[in-house]
Design a protein around this ligand. Structure first.
Ligand code: 2P0
Length: 316
């Protein structure tokens, strides 16, 4: 049981992230312990800003609007705070703002829980070390463990049953020329969230058995690609990893296909661009939108194929 150190704290920020080697499948659904390690890039200034303050009642505000107390999002946020203050703790106001372009259809639970964890740490004066922050953020949402850091981040699956070694660590590597393009296909809310999607895949897809092997091999190749600044190896590995993850969901029952016709059309456009000498790759998460990977020198050429994409420079 903890008490606030002050009436309010300054807002804290955590970036969103995109995995090059995906987190897909849990060995413990309560603690969000993954079956495989994953590796991501944080999205610099795109993410979530969160502030906690003393209040008469628990209240969650999202992008300037009060969220209904019975709303799933509000309940998840309050339940997470309860882990630290206890259910009888004094009420708090949570103000959280995403600057992630909603048009890009990027998930916000990673940056959301990472920012909430940092806000809780400040508000209650917990002074947790980065590894604890990452482990606790993971309990809110697995991918949030990676959003505590900028740049390349590896979430090590860990082996302990209590999960305290299932934490993310930053890689000591910069890649200034790296670019991520956000290609919007649809922003409609998905019918199956990634949490149920991955559980269904683990439970019903025999094909899932191949996933941990694929992920382990890809993680190795990504480390090598980053160390060597080998963009071809980075892009090929990320694209194959994403498609392998999607293959396991398609093989689940009931089947899970997050792709829309526009997603497939965009894939073909990317393969056509590559055939025409433009080095661009893609990755996709539990949704229909694509995230393109290319380098600064190819940006103009990629824009020729995807004039509407938004470009992020993850290393500033
Ligand atoms: C990832 N995804 O590595 C993968 C790829 C989606 C596809 O992490 O249940 O919202 O809260 O731990 O973190 C999204 O899963 O799931 C995700 P929970 P989370 O980015």
């Amino acid at each position: 049981r903890v008490t606030p150190v002050g009436e309010t704290i300054a807002p804290v920020f955590a970036p969103s992230n995109i995995a090059l080697c995906k987190y897909w499948g849990k060995r413990d659904v309560e603690l969000n312990l993954p079956i495989n390690s994953s590796l991501s890039i944080s999205l610099a200034h795109l993410g979530t800003q969160t502030r906690l303050s003393v209040s008469d009642e628990d209240a969650v505000w999202l992008n300037g609007e009060k969220v209904a107390a019975q709303d799933k999002f509000a309940r998840k946020v309050i339940a997470f705070i309860d882990l630290f203050r206890g259910p009888q703790g004094s009420p708090v106001k949570v103000e959280t703002d995403n600057n992630i372009p909603t048009a890009a259809g990027l998930a916000s639970s990673a940056s959301g829980f990472a920012a909430l964890m940092l806000a809780i740490d400040g508000f209650y004066g917990l002074k947790l070390d980065p590894q604890c922050l990452s482990a606790f953020a993971r309990m809110g949402s697995g991918s949030a463990s990676r959003s505590l850091y900028t740049g390349f981040v590896e979430w090590q699956m860990g082996v302990r049953e209590d999960g305290m070694d299932s934490i993310a660590l930053p890689l000591d590597s910069h890649w200034d020329a790296l670019r991520i393009g956000l290609v919007k296909v649809s922003v409609a809310e998905k019918a199956v969230d990634s949490r149920s999607g991955m559980n269904r895949t683990v439970e019903t897809a025999h094909l899932y058995q191949s996933w941990p092997l694929q992920a382990a091999a890809d993680l190795e190749r990504l480390h090598q690609a980053i160390a060597d600044k080998n963009f071809t190896q980075l892009g090929e590995t990320a694209e194959q990893n994403a498609l392998s993850m999607h293959a396991t969901m398609i093989a689940a029952w009931p089947p899970l296909l997050y792709w829309q016709p526009g997603s497939v059309a965009a894939m073909h456009r990317i393969w056509q661009a590559r055939a025409e000498g433009v080095e661009v790759y893609f990755t996709m998460d539990a949704g229909p939108n694509l995230k393109l990977l290319f380098t600064a020198e190819a940006e103009a050429a990629v824009k020729h194929y995807f004039p509407d994409m938004e470009v992020i420079a993850p290393f500033g």
